[in-house]
Design a protein around this ligand. Sequence first.
Ligand code: NOJ
Length: 763
Amino acid sequence: MRKSLLVIIIIAFNSCNKTNSEAKISDSMNSTVVNNSIEQKIDSLLEIMTLEEKVGQMNQYNGFWDATGPVPKKGSQAEKYADLKKGLVGSMLNVRGVKQVKALQQIAVEETRLGIPLIFGFDVIHGFKTITPVPLAEAASWDLNIIEKSAKNAAEEAAVAGLNWTFAPMIDIYRDARWGRVMEGGGEDPYLGSKIAVARVKGFQGDDLSSSKTIAACAKHFAAYGFIESGREYNTVDIGTSTLYNTVLPPFKEVADAGVKTFMNAFNELNGIPATADTFLQREVLKKDWNFKGFVISDWGSIGELVAHGYAKDLKQATELAVKAGSDMDMESSAYVEELAGLVKEGAVNEKLINDAVRRILRVKYELGLFDDPYRYCDEKKEQEITGKKQFHEDALDIAKKSIVLLKNDNNILPLKKQGIKVAIIGALANDKTSPLGNWRLAAKEGTAISVVEGFRKYSGNELQYAKGADLVIPNTEISMTQEVQVNTTNTSEFGEALSLAKKSDVVVMVLGEHGMQSGEARSRSTIDLPGVQQQLLEEVYKVNEKIVLVLMNGRPLAFPWAKENIPGIIEGWQLGVESGNAIAQVVYGDYNPSGKLPMTFPKSLGQVPLYYNYKNTGRPVRDGNVFWSHYSDETNDPLYPFGYGLSYTSFSYENLNVEIVDTHEVMVSVDVMNTGKVKGKEVVQLYIHDEYASVTRPVRELKGFEMIAIESGKSKKVEFKLTEKELGFYNNKGEFLVEPGKFSVFVGGDSKAELTNTFTLK
Ligand code: NOJ
């Protein structure tokens, strides 16, 4: 050890044209390393690291400016700086911008004994500074190319701000609209969710992690966070193996196979074991069965929370459980930095586990190129040039308009005429320049979204007037992170102005929905209707003018059965990011023909939740003359809008659904899709299967293929799908993947209720 240190010191003096980090590490390696491979460099580095330095690599601290979780009671700013200087920190989160990043990287590289660079992580969830649609909205595009592009742009913008790593994509599958974090993922379906997950990982990481335009991705939250009971944030998860293997795990496996560099575990317990301490998930499934070579980070404080879960008696035991279970890096519990070295010294934790975790972390740092140049992401000039560049905005607009879903268009109320009509725009969200940015936008500036009012002014020459009508419900957390604040949501004093405006207008566009911070982490709701007095406002306006286009802005499915029944035009406009108003105006005025499809079922009422298209049949699926079947006595089982649903300004018909068995486990399906309307349009052709009987019951329908096609009016296209083992099989309750013989049904169409069907039988 002494000898290595000496080598480091001498070489550090001799290499003034290299960064300290490069000099200290690469040269200290030269004495022992023959070949330059990353693994050998790591071997050599591990040899000269003290136990404390190794544990330091496994420690991540929050930066000193922003927090995305409860600020820990221990660990002052001064203490964190001191740890940084001692080489006891491997990563920082929530530090951003070249200045901040460089300042801390300099400490790690130039002031610590080994000069190992930090890896800087941040929640780059939907854009970095140039905010794109919330992930649920992007999922509604079903367009994997633009989803990948969105992540690619976000990575580039984050990388020039000094960042190396995003805590995204969130690839949890979920079915409960009450959960605030549904805005952050790819929806309810494991097939669509897997495709989107891979597209996002590809977008963030590109082909070369060391490029200054790419960052490492993080698949989260491993696992089953999307199944928290009653949609209440951080709640317990208790699900069976069939759901775990067939619904929860597939997207994680797909991104592990696609080379995602990191995983984040989860806050929730799964069947009695908190995910952070779950050896089965992290060691057996992820690291052994899936051969994952990256590292696993805990969620914020989740190692410390093992005590509150009632799984560990104190922080020391929590540390032991987490590290043994395979959590490689500790986010903000200060558990590893305080307890881990001691546990190794007393023999409770084998140092081999530490070496393995550190190897994984160093490997990602090497792959990012941080050892070659720890400041490779720290070019202020580039930061200025690239941040918010025009191309990012153009792409953000493209993504936003493709994410919009047309839900209803009676008598072709849409698109609106661009000239010669009086348009009233009503609703607080219409003039809101922040809510459309949605949650998870820490790096963005407030008020930078194009509002609907602004978009409408740009895209039409109509006479246009705006009235707020009703306040939004402002979530407590928006006002104060710590205090419960009463928000008055019963104010109807501005209804009058909205009604008189509606009365004298040819058409009323009502922009209603959720405040931008009403969804996201810690934003579960116990209702899913239009918040506050907005429903009342809608009904009052309808009494004076029925010609209404309702534009919804929300981060989760909402239940609006009255609107579906009465309002002629309904658009799902989500939270579409900086270009929100422009995108909505382009759709309303027909510059873009909508093509989005819902990635989550929209329920009729809260009582139906969780509601999802790929449910099980039960033993009593239909009414058979008596009351004893699976149903509600006060509501139908049908959703308000099904998964996969979305209209266009044209219409499509489907015919000739052919099925051909090519091989034992290969089936070709083809269908003709015709544009039967008057304009060119795009359609997401969706294929569902039903495995009619199996050794473990299968859902009534499962999405197993989709393709977006553009067709001219009056023309048709043949679309082909190939079903292989992967699509035809399923996991049994032991986690074994099987393709069983027997009868299957196929359904192809424009949503999960597709009626065109055929069958085939596997031998
Ligand atoms: C907690 C969230 O669950 C996680 O997704 C996020 O990445 C971290 N906080 C860091 O902000």
